[in-house]
Design a protein around this ligand. Structure first.
Ligand code: SF4
Ligand code: SF4
Length: 376
């Protein structure tokens, strides 16, 4: 796992064959390489064996309640912005077996846990996603009650970050201070330069493991002009985002518990929970126990849940949050406001997924802006 601030290192220039060598070198080290590919008309982060598996020449169009893949004419391999599902589902799987037990002469006996899975290498982690991983690492690294599974998976992982070459239609990472430049939290950082007759991946290391990997690829140093072009590219992306978050209002959102805006948003919100499922920092879960029909074998599973379900706030005879307004208010005030006191930062990295994948296009930045406008 990389440190937060990567050291300054040489920048190398990889071509597509060089990227293939990078993937092969990760696989030789025993990593399960997970990167972008296409399934069900969307970019998904799944197993990749070579650069041929990546979504060549595909970009995405994202807007409130809308996602479409589109063709690009530059052959870019990382030409999309973010996939619907982030890296959370690999570091913090939607279903995890907590333990299994079987009946024995003594009552019951706990079965040994399953052996850890192969370490993962994440290829194509965006700046906002690096920030989201760091936020979840703080959540699950709680000193009193750490989540050992998350910590072990992250400690064993290798992160290949890829800087964004365009702003997505719902992104606002620049105003959250979480992107689009990747400044730490990676083992290797790539910047793709595609179009104008060239296709390069500028590669630099952010950890000793990254330095070791790049040294093996036999790649030339990047030309100063290409390094300057990479810096210009990310500066253009930072200035091209169509949304901003009103930071001070967001941070103090908890002070507006009775604001009439909650009734207005509740008229549109379906309480479907999509926003929480795609959010790379949401972490709520429920626990389910099951037994076989004979009562000989029992298992306990932890499953993703959402603060938008009625059951989530069910305590001794009823749900605390029965209305849509209180469930939406709970989600957004925790994410943007009380998260600061609990975990030392905002819980939002500005990836825009909750806007894109909300079926009715509710926009977290618009809701905060509406409350800000009413204060004036
Ligand atoms: S709240 Fe929305 S924009 Fe913020 S991190 Fe979650 S999904 Fe991304
Ligand atoms: S805000 Fe949108 S995605 Fe979230 S629960 Fe409401 S309707 Fe579903």
């Amino acid at each position: 796992m990389p440190g937060v601030d990567g050291p300054k290192t040489t920048t190398f220039a990889l071509d597509k064959a060089g990227l293939d060598r990078l993937i092969a070198a990760l696989r030789r080290r025993g990593y399960r390489v997970i990167g972008p590919s296409v399934a069900d008309d969307a970019v998904v982060y799944g197993d990749v064996a070579s650069a041929a598996d990546l979504p060549a020449g595909l970009g995405d169009e994202q807007a409130g309640g809308r996602y479409r893949l589109r063709r690009r004419d530059d052959g870019a391999l990382f030409g999309y912005t973010v996939a619907p599902q982030g890296w959370k589902r690999h570091l913090y799987p939607p279903r995890q077996k907590l333990f299994a037990a079987r009946r024995s002469a003594a009552g019951f006996e706990m079965l040994p846990p399953e052996p850890p899975a192969a370490p993962m290498a994440f290829l194509g982690v965006r700046a906002c996603e690096v920030a989201a991983i760091a936020i979840q690492a703080r959540v699950f690294g709680d000193k009193a009650y750490p989540d050992p599974g998350y910590g072990q998976r992250l400690a064993a992982a290798f992160v290949v970050a890829v800087e964004c070459a365009q702003a997505g239609g719902t992104c606002f990472c620049a105003s959250m201070g979480s992107g689009p430049a990747v400044s730490g939290g990676f083992d290797v950082k790539l910047v793709e330069l595609a179009g104008s007759g060239r296709h390069l991946f500028l590669a630099s290391a952010g950890s000793p493991a990254g330095t070791d990997l790049l040294a093996e690829l036999d790649a030339p140093e990047a030309a100063p002009g290409d390094v300057a072009e990479a810096e210009r590219q990310v500066a253009v992306v930072a200035g091209a985002m169509g949304r901003t978050m009103a930071a001070e209002t967001a941070r103090t959102l908890g002070e507006h518990a009775e604001h009439p805006r909650w009734d207005e948003v509740a008229k549109r919100c379906l309480t479907c929970g999509n926003c929480t499922m795609v959010c790379p920092t949401c972490f709520c879960t429920t626990v389910e126990d099951s037994t076989d029909l004979k009562g000989e074998h029992a298992e306990r599973w932890r499953k993703w849940d959402s603060c938008f379900t009625v059951d989530f706030s069910y305590i001794h005879g009823g749900s605390v949050r029965t209305e849509g307004r209180s469930r939406y208010r709970q989600w957004i005030t925790h994410k943007l406001s009380s998260w600061h006191a609990q975990f030392g930062s905002s819980g939002c990295v500005g990836c825009g997924r909750c806007i894109t994948w909300c079926p009715v296009g509710i926009d977290i930045t618009e809701e905060v802006a509406a409350i800000q406008a009413s204060r004036k």
